[in-house]
Design a binder for this molecule. Structure first.
Ligand code: NAD
Ligand code: GLY
Length: 361
């Protein structure tokens, strides 16, 4: 069992653990009861995850709400269903919500917890690799609006995160790769995360491709732990994304435009992020910021993991640029780019000529 502690600035007194191991779900309440004093729990999950793992969380103190599966259900109407259920159960301030699912369930449940009776405890039980390495950590919770993704939300940290690697066994291959895309992201930004240790995550990922693709549990445990430590180091310094936290959006400015222009249906978030990371490496290389050696090595790492870096869509450059300009990462009308500058290091720049930005589209 591994444990990562997420400490939130400025008080650092606000902290919560992430437990990472196998078969944690069999014993979930022994962890949960240590970190909340809830009398009742509402477990929020979806129609895919419930038949696989729902039974493991059943208890006489809990009820389950099963939502439809999909990003399109991360919306205000479905959020209302969670609130309705919490009210009908008469959940009180000291009670808690439990999110059992991928990033969609984690984001909507966390947001519901942040507004129900002005905020009640919530617990993240991430069931996808993406959720274990990224979305369950750091407190970004939200639902989508028809005019934009994650447009309604808050920063609201969970009381604890239980990352059970055994749950990844049933994850479809496409979703596993989606998570790996966010994992590689950490390798490209690791030095800028200002973590306590130098993990040399890039070398770890480069040296263990086959074992990781074969889901070797010990390596997955290490991979999830390092990813959480890197993210936690960033969140500790900048919870509300005033500056540093933006580096976690490496590749995402391009990715969000790709997702928006393909109506969030054609590609998973991680697939768009892989494409976005390739485009940002292209941009950096064409601006003579990174060496040919690093450029080739980074693209090769994406390729070795079989991540989707190419698309067959013919995007209109103007439309693409406009889609990037509408992203939340824009400030004062300037698009912020998290540009790779050296192995594992990135820099935020916002004065890049449109001609360079769209040349590879
Ligand atoms: P997801 O939640 O849609 O899950 C992907 C699919 O896998 C779904 O069909 C789900 O039902 C299924 N699934 C989940 N666990 C399974 C399991 N163990 N076995 C079999 N099937 C399983 O997608 P995701 O990639 O986990 O999350 C994407 C969401 O996360 C997006 O809404 C994105 O905006 C959000 N996100 C949030 C943050 C954050 O910091 N809050 C960061 C990154 C992404
Ligand atoms: N996934 C980006 C963030 O948590 O800030």
């Amino acid at each position: 069992m591994e444990k990562v502690e997420v400490k939130i600035s400025p008080s650092k007194e606000s902290k919560y653990p992430i437990f990472i191991g196998e078969n944690i779900l069999n014993d979930a309440y022994s962890y949960i009861n240590k970190y909340t004093s809830a009398n009742k729990f509402l477990i929020v999950t979806n129609e895919t995850v419930f038949p696989l793992y729902g039974d493991k969380l059943k208890s006489d103190k809990s009820e389950i709400l099963i939502l439809p599966d999909g990003e399109i259900y991360k919306n205000m109407e479905i959020l209302g269903r969670i609130i309705d259920k919490a009210l009908s159960m008469k959940l009180e301030r000291k009670d808690a919500l439990i999110a059992l699912g991928g990033g969609v369930i984690g984001d909507i449940t966390g947001f519901a917890a942040s507004i129900y009776q002005r905020g009640i405890d919530f617990i993240q039980i991430p069931t996808t690799l993406l959720a274990q390495v990224d979305s369950s950590v750091g407190g970004k919770v939200a639902v989508n609006h028809v005019m934009g993704k994650n447009m309604i939300g808050s920063f609201y940290q969970p009381k604890l995160v239980l990352s059970d690697l055994s749950l990844l066994k049933t994850l479809p291959e496409r979703q596993f790769k989606t998570g790996l895309s966010e994992v590689l992201k950490y390798a490209f930004i690791e030095k800028s995360c200002l973590a306590e240790y130098d993990y040399n995550f890039y070398a770890f990922l480069n040296d263990n491709v086959d074992e990781i693709l074969n889901k070797n549990t010990e390596l997955l445990k290490k991979l999830v732990k390092i990813s959480c430590e890197l993210k936690s180091s960033v969140v500790n310094k900048d919870e509300k994304e005033k500056g540093l936290r933006a580096i976690l959006n490496f590749g995402h400015t391009y990715a969000h435009a790709i997702e928006k222009l393909t109506k969030y249906e054609k590609y998973t978030h991680g697939e768009a992020v892989s494409m976005g990371m390739k485009l940002i490496f292209n941009l950096s290389y064409s601006l003579n910021v990174i060496s040919k050696e690093y450029y080739d090595s980074a693209l090769n790492l994406l390729k070795k993991y079989g991540l989707m870096t190419e698309y067959d869509d013919k995007f209109d450059k103007e439309e693409f640029y406009n889609a990037m300009s509408l992203d939340k990462k824009v400030s004062g009308g300037q698009i912020n780019f998290v540009l790779p500058i050296r192995n594992g290091e990135v820099e935020i720049r916002n004065n890049i000529d449109k001609k360079y930005v769209t040349q590879g589209i």
